[in-house]
Design a protein around this ligand. Structure first.
Ligand code: 2HG
Ligand code: ZN
Length: 461
């Protein structure tokens, strides 16, 4: 690739938008976990959809592969240019405009580089609420969250990103712009093509903007942390909370005591906000109505009085609420400090969470006795992060652990990724978990939209 070919990208995006210095490119060439390392001819940072389109046209003409990237917080290496001879990273972080907000209609139109916490804040300022919520929300960008169909802690009530997208704008692999920035709740005119790009991990095109749904502001917020002896008790408490609170329940997350122990080692001055036990259930209930606190508390108390939970701490102010959530949201970071882990972002039917965790836990303990299982997460929707921490000095291959755990997941009718996606981390495992017919339908769509295979090659398929 000639120097002129790369320099021409600078003419499109401005020379401050083109990075070619290897040292300055580094942060864009590794995944957040620092497990995948790639290389690129350049990192290109366009400022607009028109610039993305021109960059794509230019790359196609020169036969250069493109790796779309947002906040680079993903856990499946979908945005890391691994093993590509001639590739550029197209990073969306300079496209962060809020194009329009319509509080009455409950819609916000944003560019793909908008950071999630900024979208939440914009909604709040307009007296509305954007529910997607996850640990990386201070860095994760809308384009990446759409491309991975991100989940997080409010899926139980609001669904994954897919359920929050009304309209989409995409630059296709040939550089043409597909504009579907509609704000409609109902629209059955032809194929709902935007769904093809949500969760496609940038393999079918580059998401450049989206119309997202906004919801009424929530005035009652109750956050509770139950202490329980076993995971079975935690799931029993969840079932009781869910049937009593119904649609008020937003989040139901389980935390094992080992995760608390790991975090406590790095935050020795912070007291855990509930009595220590084997497991914890973090439940949050909210309502647009104000003044429901006492009714919600009565439900929480019932669960303790029924003997299911030994104790329950309820946050009485935003600081206490944040302190509870901190013990949940930082598990990934604490875990990372303990060594490498074989991650499993699995989902099983909610009724199978307990037998799955028990069976997989026993199998891992038998096969890899030096490892530590940290199984936590979105139990209310069946998504467990079944992470197996491998001590530094051990030479256990994460792939061997994956095969064992995923075999058990399959036996329960589960999925090998509930929210993080396939990316490059789980690509080689996908064909074993999808039928030949499903794989060929996916390949047909890829072939139709990206016949030259230049859009994020090596991810997903
Ligand atoms: C979470 O739920 C994230 O905190 C990360 O999805 C999970 O580290 C993980 O495996
Ligand atoms: Zn998660």
């Amino acid at each position: 690739v000639s120097r002129d070919t790369i320099e021409a990208l600078g003419d499109i995006v401005g020379h401050d938008g083109l990075i070619v210095d290897p040292a300055l490119m580094q942060p864009y060439l590794s995944d957040w976990r620092d497990r995948f390392h790639g290389r690129a001819l350049a990192v290109v940072r366009p400022r607009s959809t028109a610039e993305v389109a021109r960059v794509v046209e230019h790359c196609v003409a020169a036969g250069i592969a493109m790796v779309p990237q947002g906040g680079n917080t993903g856990l499946a290496a979908g945005a890391t240019p691994v093993g590509l001879e001639r590739a550029v990273v197209i990073n969306t972080s300079r496209m962060r405009a809020v194009r329009n907000i319509d509080a009455a209609a409950g819609t916000i139109a944003v560019e793909s580089g908008c950071v999630l916490s900024d979208v939440q804040a914009a909604a709040r300022q307009a007296g509305r609420y954007f529910p997607l919520s996850l640990a990386a929300e201070g860095s994760a960008q809308i384009g990446g969250l759409i491309s991975t169909n991100a989940g997080g802690t409010a899926v139980l009530r609001y669904g994954s990103m897919r359920a929050l997208v009304l309209g989409l704008e995409v630059v296709l692999p040939d550089g043409s712009v597909l504009n579907g920035m509609r704000t409609l709740r109902k629209d059955n005119a032809g194929f709902d093509w935007k769904q093809w790009f949500i969760g496609a991990e940038g393999t079918l095109g580059i998401v450049t903007a989206a119309v997202l749904r906004l919801f009424p502001a929530q005035h009652t917020i109750r956050t509770a942390l139950f202490s329980l002896p076993t995971i079975e008790d935690a799931m029993r408490a969840f079932a009781a909370v869910e049937s009593a609170l119904g649609e008020l329940l937003v989040a139901a997350e389980i935390i094992p005591d080992i995760a608390v122990e790991m975090r406590a080692r790095f935050h020795p001055s912070e007291a855990f906000p509930a009595p220590r036990d084997g497991w914890y259930l973090l439940a949050e209930a909210t309502s647009a109505l104000s003044g429901l606190e006492d009714q919600i508390d009565a439900v929480l108390l019932d669960i303790v009085e029924a003997g299911i939970a030994k104790g329950c701490t309820v946050a009485n102010n935003p600081a206490q609420r944040e302190a509870i959530w901190a013990w949940r949201e930082t598990i990934t970071e604490s875990e990372r400090r303990f060594g490498t882990s074989a991650k499993h972002d699995v989902s099983v039917p909610v009724s199978a969470v307990v037998p799955f965790v028990e069976e997989a836990g026993a199998a891992v303990a038998a096969a890899f006795p030096s490892t530590t299982v940290v199984a936590f997460g979105h139990a209310g929707d069946g998504n467990i992060h079944f992470n197996v921490v491998i001590p530094q000095q051990e030479s256990i291959a994460a792939e061997d652990v994956n095969v064992l755990v995923h075999r058990i997941v399959a036996a329960y009718g589960g999925s090998i990724t509930a929210e993080h996606g396939i990316g490059r981390y789980r690509r080689d495992e996908l064909p074993a978990h999808r039928s030949e017919a499903e794989m060929s339908a996916m390949r047909a769509l890829k072939q139709a939209l990206d016949p030259r295979g230049l859009m994020n090659p090596g991810a997903v398929l």
